[in-house]
Design a protein around this ligand. Structure first.
Ligand SMILES: [Zn+2]
Length: 155
């Protein structure tokens, strides 16, 4: 996870699809997913790993999809790559209609699981498969944050 992850607020990324978060329908945490959303509010991205068989999975589920044991939460590094993506150029639903074009992507965490998300912080035409990205989170309210991804800094 980048050191500046967390602490972002919806107002700090004006003009970005992530900035619309406060106007979007929000996730509804349940007993299984609540730790994930709570962690994102603290600036962390979590995935699940099975203590019985080692399988790693995302999205949050009550059981390991490989062996049905109870998975445990693990912090992701916040590093990943774009596995695939699309550019949304038309969406007539608010608040998205004013945000297009924006990127909906499947990001592969370096730990393996894949996450559907938005890649932000660059022009949609600059996104490509295999692109290194880093996670950041936006805290919407107490106990509810949402991860997004942006181009990883080049060293
Ligand atoms: Zn398992």
């Amino acid at each position: 996870m980048s050191h500046d992850a967390g602490g972002d607020t919806t107002g700090e990324i004006a003009g970005d699809v992530a900035a619309s978060l406060g106007r979007r329908p929000l996730p509804l945490p349940d007993n299984v997913s609540a730790p994930y959303w709570e962690a994102a509010a603290r600036g962390e991205v979590l995935y699940q790993e099975c203590p019985a068989c080692g399988y790693r999975q995302f999205y949050p589920r009550a059981l390991c999809t490989a062996c049905a044991a109870e998975p445990e939460w693990r912090p992701a590094s916040g590093r990943g790559t774009v596995h695939t993506f699309t550019v949304i150029r038309q969406n007539w639903a608010e608040p998205f209609r004013d945000l297009a074009p924006y990127v909906v992507a499947v990001v592969e965490l370096e730990e393996g699981p894949r996450m559907m998300t938005n890649v932000t912080g660059c022009a949609p035409e600059d996104v490509h498969i295999g692109m290194p990205v880093e996670a950041y989170t936006i805290a919407v309210e107490d106990g509810l944050g949402v991860p997004f991804w942006r181009p990883a800094p080049t060293d």
